[in-house]
Design a protein around this ligand. Structure first.
Ligand code: SF4
Ligand SMILES: [Zn+2]
Length: 507
């Protein structure tokens, strides 16, 4: 008989769910009647210290929340008070001889009136909700829980059904509100009686709930895999154990991409605060040549998305000294150089020999799970196409100067592409596939190829990716590294180190 492997205890890591901490601080402030700073301190004593940048954000979010709370209080005189226990709907479901309990709950902050006739769920959002799109099925499910949920009793282990109080309350008015923690904005999403809640659920919520229970619905592997308990056995996420060259399964599961690796080298705090998806400064400025690079990339990408598939031709390149692709506008010498690069690309366009119905993946996101490191690896590939049976990954770079050094180190996406092929993450055609680097330069286009069957390429690729991921993986502090990067850092508003630049005068 085979013995099950004992579960290894998790190593501590950085907090990965900021709104969970915001919610804890709000709970502590509301139920223990503490000031925001005292509540924050109490939560840190309880959960362990949080990253200084995260602490700045949490404090801001809590202040904004209380402003929104005051707005609601002044607006409608409902005088709702916070309600600690969750509201949960339970029902048994027959599966063979077993009858497991299924639960429907909604994450948010709960409030009710003193006579228990009004129930409200407040959904916390990171960003402003001023122009936020509604999610009708989320609202309908929240209303259903408000209408039929019973309060939980005591604490329950996360893998067991909740114990519920015996009393069945019958609220009459149900309201779902969303609050933007960035600016304290408020949307009243719905305000109905019990019949209205039932109707909404029938119209918009039931279908989604059924999909979840039956395991149907579309699976979109990506950053959400970080929180999913099922990733280990999910058929939508191929396994690539060892791809990062790290053997340490006890860290909390995270996602990783080459972009994360590079951001971490610039500043670990920037990588961490960006990973938390905190509100960002919108206008991070691009220099002239970076804008031209984006414009060229977007122009060619739009060509490659055409259906039926067509290759690029030089005649389609822009010819004016001012042109635009997507949001990227270029003028003068950069426009002329960009136009030349687009024309040059036509000489080496990988779609020339493809049939009109050939499968082509433009800006394709590839996700794989490395169980050895407990990391979901995400790669965004400029173009994936087939050369006969072989799978080819093409990365395109525009460069003005000479591009010295080893391409696998200079462009780690190439190294990751090779490793993805070696782990057969892209399916058939991986073993005889290749990674291509297309460089568009003022002197013309250059295409180089790298093969998973080439042991030198593979050794270099393994080293590049391990160097990029290993320090990040082991880091539990994400220290700020103030420097020139602070000027272009989209999360600097949350970073207490941002204004402590020791060599500011040098920049
Ligand atoms: S402001 Fe500077 S130190 Fe702070 S996270 Fe951004 S880059 Fe790092
Ligand atoms: Zn092309």
């Amino acid at each position: 008989m085979q013995m099950a492997e004992p579960q290894q205890p998790r190593l501590p890591g950085l907090q990965l769910f900021d709104l969970g901490i915001v919610n804890d601080v709000l709970d502590t402030a509301e139920f223990q009647d503490l000031s925001i700073d005292s509540a924050l301190k109490a939560v840190e004593t309880n959960r362990g210290p949080v990253h200084p940048g995260l602490r700045t954000w949490v404090r801001h979010a809590v202040i904004q929340y209380f402003e929104a709370h005051q707005f609601l209080w002044d607006r409608d005189c409902l005088r709702l008070v916070p309600h600690k226990p969750k509201w949960v709907v339970q029902y048994p479901r027959e599966i063979g001889f077993e009858t497991p309990i299924l639960e429907v709950a909604a994450w948010g902050r709960r409030y009710c009136s003193a006579d228990r006739q009004v129930r409200e769920l407040r959904l916390l959002r990171r960003r402003s909700v001023k122009d936020r799109q509604r999610d009708d099925s989320e609202i309908a499910t929240a209303l259903y829980v408000l209408a039929h949920g019973r309060a939980t009793r005591g604490r329950t282990r996360f893998d067991l059904p909740h114990a519920l109080v015996d009393t069945v309350e019958q609220p009459r008015r149900l309201r779902v509100v969303e609050i933007g923690c960035e600016d304290g904005s408020v949307n009243i999403l719905d305000d109905v009686d019990v019949d209205g809640a039932r109707q909404r659920y029938r119209e918009s919520g039931q279908h989604r709930a059924r999909e979840v229970v039956q395991g149907g619905g579309q699976r979109n592997p990506g950053s959400s895999c970080q929180k999913c308990k099922l990733v280990d056995g999910c058929t939508a996420v191929p396994r690539a154990d060892g791809i990062l060259g790290i053997v340490e399964r006890r860290r909390p599961r995270r996602t990783w991409s080459v972009t994360n690796g590079r951001a971490y080298i610039r500043c670990p705090a920037q990588e961490y605060l960006t990973r938390l998806n905190l509100p960002r400064a919108s206008a991070v400025e691009y220099g002239e040549s970076a804008t031209r690079g984006q414009a060229v990339h977007t122009w060619i990408e739009q060509n490659h998305r055409r259906q039926p598939v067509r290759s690029c031709t030089a005649a389609e390149a822009p010819f004016a000294d001012s042109w635009q692709a997507g949001p990227w506008e270029v003028t003068g010498s950069q426009a002329l150089l960009g136009a030349q690069m687009i024309g040059d690309h036509a000489l080496v366009c990988p779609l020339h020999h493809l049939l009109p119905d050939s499968p082509v993946g433009v800006e394709r996101t590839v996700t794989a799970y490395d169980a050895d490191a407990n990391v979901v690896v995400i790669a965004k590939i400029d173009l994936v196409y087939r050369d006969g049976p072989a799978c080819v990954l093409r990365e395109m770079k525009t460069t003005e100067g000479t591009d010295g050094g080893d391409p696998l180190a200079r462009y780690p996406q190439l190294s990751l592409g090779l490793l993805l092929l070696a782990h057969a993450v892209l399916g058939d055609g991986s073993a005889n596939g290749r990674v291509e680097l297309e460089r568009l330069t003022p002197a013309g286009p250059v295409v180089e190829s790298f093969h998973p069957t080439n042991s030198d390429h593979m050794e270099q690729a393994r080293q590049v990716i391990n160097n990029l991921a290993a320090s990040w993986h082991a880091d539990t502090t994400a220290r700020a590294q103030p420097g020139p990067e602070c000027h272009r850092c989209a999360v600097s508003q949350w970073c207490p180190e941002a204004f402590m630049r020791p060599h500011d005068e040098d920049y």
